[in-house]
Design a protein. Structure first.
Length: 255
């Protein structure tokens, strides 16, 4: 396992602070999925340790961005058509295709949620549902009114796709942000992420972390009692135990 050295973090500090515990923990989990839920709790001053964008997260981000934008673009195309007062270039097929791709992204996201359940923010879930439901309703309404004469046998397929996208996101909204039997807040998101790390990888993370704690004690940056307390903490609990006062927000909330 490679990554930025914890020894370098110790070498670069002249005095150990509460934020440094978060920096040490974030760097310890830098090559694992647990770093992301840990970063949600970490103070802004420690975020330089977050690994940031990877190729996988970049592709995933683009896919989710597309899924959010697709229904809005579809509704905009339909509005442009009806306001342009033309019977040509009826864009329902275009709206249906891009909605279908976005629906597939949503399906993949739901599969990932089943494999790796995580609590999400209620506000984010509401926003996502509205971004799909309102533009989808606009697209369908225009198609069924101003575009009624343009609806052939094949066109109804796209209305079904658009309706399915609206229904799916309303269902997701009704289901709520907390997975049944899964994590219920940011703290539990972290706990679940750590449980999903392979045991050999987690053992290596802990070995590197504990070695850094030992080095801190050896150099007099922390006292023996603090070192013993730090070494006794479970994976992911180091900063939450030694420096809870600087965390970004209470870990028991899903605002």
């Amino acid at each position: 396992m490679s990554g930025r050295s914890l020894t370098e973090l110790v070498d670069d500090t002249k005095g150990w602070s509460a934020v440094d515990w978060w920096r040490l923990e974030l760097r310890s989990f830098s090559l694992t999925p647990a770093q992301r839920p840990l970063a949600v709790l970490a103070p802004k001053e420690a975020m330089s340790e977050h690994r940031g964008i990877t190729f996988g997260s970049f592709i995933q981000g683009l896919a989710y961005l597309y899924a959010v934008a697709a229904p809005v673009i579809a509704a905009a195309a339909m509005l442009r058509w009806v306001l342009g007062d033309t019977a040509y270039d009826f864009p329902l097929a275009f709206a249906g295709w891009i909605t279908l791709v976005g629906l597939l992204v949503t399906g993949w996201s739901e599969i990932q949620r089943l494999r790796h359940p995580r609590a999400t923010r209620a506000a984010a879930l509401r926003t996502l549902a509205l971004i799909h439901a309102i533009p989808g309703a606009v697209t369908a309404l225009i198609a069924l009114t101003a575009g009624q004469e343009q609806l052939g046998d094949g066109a109804w397929v796209w209305l079904v796709v658009i309706a399915a996208d609206v229904v799916v996101h309303i269902a997701i909204l009704v289901r709520g942000p907390l997975p049944k039997g899964g994590p219920q807040n940011e703290r539990e998101n972290l706990e679940w992420s750590i449980r999903e790390i392979p045991p050999s990888t987690l053992a290596e993370v802990m070995e590197r972390r504990n070695a850094a704690i030992g080095l801190l004690a050896e150099r007099g940056l922390i006292d023996p009692a603090t070192a013993a307390r730090a070494l006794a903490t479970a994976p992911g609990e180091l900063a939450l135990t030694l420096a809870p006062e600087v965390q970004q927000h209470a870990p028991g909330t899903t605002r």
